[in-house]
Design a protein around this ligand. Structure first.
Ligand SMILES: Cc1cc2nc3c(=O)[nH]c(=O)nc-3n(C[C@H](O)[C@H](O)[C@H](O)COP(=O)(O)OP(=O)(O)OC[C@H]3O[C@@H](n4cnc5c(N)ncnc54)[C@H](O)[C@@H]3O)c2cc1C
Length: 503
């Protein structure tokens, strides 16, 4: 029988670009072998997503797909990549490949959920059996929500109390060769190969050096490297890591976790192994505690409608943010006139990753701190630039930083001058990412506008000519914004009181 006449089992890779700890894919392999059907691992490159992804993240994605394809080939199968939306392509494939069984992981991103619902309806009509597995998070977010009577745990401690007695399942491996009867005849067909950046119309010369190559192989290497540094892991305290070190002071495992090149459950078990029998730091500051922040935001995202929006989001304080496209552009491009903020935004744009506290700095600056622009605008810019962009982590952290949810001390504002000095008083980080200021004396590196004209000239960069003047005056504006936040909180409280039923 030719391969096209043999029915197929499909595994649809999405945010699970790995072979380890991929139960849904193992289910597909078992099913194909039992039924003697052709196994077809697929991925859809959605053109809309391509347009919303920055070039660094696209490169990371293509590298991850290539690595996945290479690893699948070692198992006697391959990855089939399609350029198009799943809802447009899958119905044809279902028929053409006579698909009988479809597996995928459970994702909570509303766009994926909506797409899944549409696909499930089509599959049902064609009698296709679907199996979905929770494998993107350590815990099953919906099970955690059920444990909390359906409501979102609004504090990290509450979340920890809900999961403390849940046994985390072991990680599974897939390393058995797939039998020849499950191998497709179009195994070597170039049409389904992972495209190059050029083929999806990305000009390679715009890319900067690749600091964090994508893929499961690289993820596991990075994980091994950090887990071998046992003392470092056991002493890890997030607040003591540096936002402006030249090399990252945290793991940069986030892009691998968000694309699913690394399983969060594997990370969890490896951390537990390292901590076992050794004195170690504890959540929220420990490395395991960081992973739990991820779980916390995933649970909140799974339980909140419109989690990535202000309107229609019941946990988000409604704040009358302003609109200022020029300020937004200056922030996004790293030309606000505040060297620390600009260095962070330029690192983000160039490399696709910035430290968590650096994200704090720029998110606070854009929203309640200085520019009074909505966190939703900031989240869109992060979506474009971040390698680790993740629907729930991005929205949850933006709400936190803008004091719209989870965190309410809106009067604690990051100073774009003092904050960076704590860990880098000579501004080496600024000198790297804002090279126009590299000859400035340390005294003025965070506040170049204060340097006398003669010093500006000697340093080769006059403020307002070679580097922009400040777009706002932090000292003045942040105090006005605290007043605006105070008012917004008051109005929200009154609104809530009016909605409460009278007894
Ligand atoms: C405004 C803002 C937006 C953010 N957007 C994203 C995003 O889109 N994707 C993303 O992965 N992270 C996001 N974060 C969270 C955090 O900054 C990154 O996860 C972290 O900096 C990644 O670096 P790392 O892997 O070295 O972290 P490590 O400190 O080494 O931590 C290990 C892992 O724990 C998880 N983690 C750590 N901190 C957090 C946190 N605060 N919230 C949730 N999970 C956490 C990540 O998966 C991370 O890889 C955002 C933070 C802020 C303030």
């Amino acid at each position: 029988m030719s391969a096209s006449k043999v029915p197929s089992v499909v595994h649809w890779f999405r945010l699970d670009l790995r072979l380890h700890d991929n139960l849904a894919f193992r289910n597909a392999i078992n099913e194909a072998e039992n039924r003697k059907h052709v196994l077809r691992p697929i991925y859809f490159l959605n053109p809309e997503k391509i347009n919303n992804s920055g070039i660094n993240r696209l490169r990371f994605l293509l590298q991850s797909l290539q690595d996945l394809d290479d690893n699948l080939r070692k198992l006697n199968t391959r990855l089939y990549v399609f350029k198009g939306k799943a809802v447009d392509c899958l119905p044809n494939l279902f028929k053409q490949w006579q698909v009988k069984f479809l597996t995928s992981q459970v994702d909570i991103d509303p766009e994926i959920v909506e797409q899944d619902e549409a696909i499930e309806k089509i599959a049902e009509k064609l009698d296709i059996f679907i199996v979905k597995r929770v494998q993107h998070t350590v815990y099953d977010c919906n099970a955690v929500l059920r444990k909390n009577n359906g409501s979102v745990p609004m504090t990290y401690q509450k979340f920890l109390s809900l999961v403390q007695d849940i046994q985390v399942k072991e990680v599974i491996e897939i390393n058995k060769q797939i039998s020849d009867c499950c191998k497709a005849l179009d195994f070597d067909c170039k049409d389904f190969d992972v495209p190059s950046l050029d083929e999806i119309a990305i000009v390679g010369s715009n890319l900067s050096e690749c600091k964090y190559p994508g893929g499961e192989t690289e993820a596991l290497k990075r994980l091994d490297m950090y887990m071998s540094r046992k003392e470092w892991v056991c002493k890890f305290e997030k607040p003591n890591s540096s936002p402006n070190s030249i090399e990252p002071s945290t793991t940069v495992l986030s892009p691998y976790l968000s694309h699913g090149c690394l399983s969060s459950k594997l990370f969890y078990h490896r951390l537990k192994q390292v901590e076992n029998g050794r004195p170690h730091t504890m959540p929220p500051v420990s490395l395991l505690g960081q992973l739990m922040w991820r779980e916390f935001y995933y649970t909140a995202g799974a339980g909140t409608e419109n989690f990535d929006k202000m309107i229609g989001n019941k946990i988000c304080t409604q704040i009358p943010w302003g609109k200022n496209p020029e300020h937004l552009k200056a922030w996004a491009e790293g030309i606000t006139g505040y060297p620390f903020v600009d260095a962070i935004m330029r690192q983000l744009k160039q490399e696709g990753w910035i430290h968590h506290l650096a994200r704090h700095m720029v998110a606070c600056f854009l929203t309640r701190g200085d520019l009074w622009i909505s966190w939703e605008e900031g989240a869109k810019v992060f979506e474009n630039y971040l390698l680790d962009y993740d629907w729930s982590l991005n929205a949850g952290n933006w709400m936190w930083l803008s004091a719209s949810a989870f965190f309410y001390k809106y009067f604690r504002v990051y100073s774009p001058i003092a904050f960076g000095k704590k860990t880098d008083k000579d501004g080496l980080y600024i000198r790297k990412y804002v090279p126009e200021l590299k000859k400035y004396p340390s005294e003025y590196i965070y506040e170049p506008w204060k340097a006398p004209k003669s010093i500006q000239t000697t340093a080769g960069c006059v403020i307002g000519v070679g580097y922009p003047k400040r777009i706002v005056e932090h000292d003045k504006i942040h105090k006005e914004n605290i007043q605006k936040m105070s008012l917004a909180y008051k109005v929200n409280k009154e609104r809530k009181a009016m909605k409460r039923p009278r007894s």
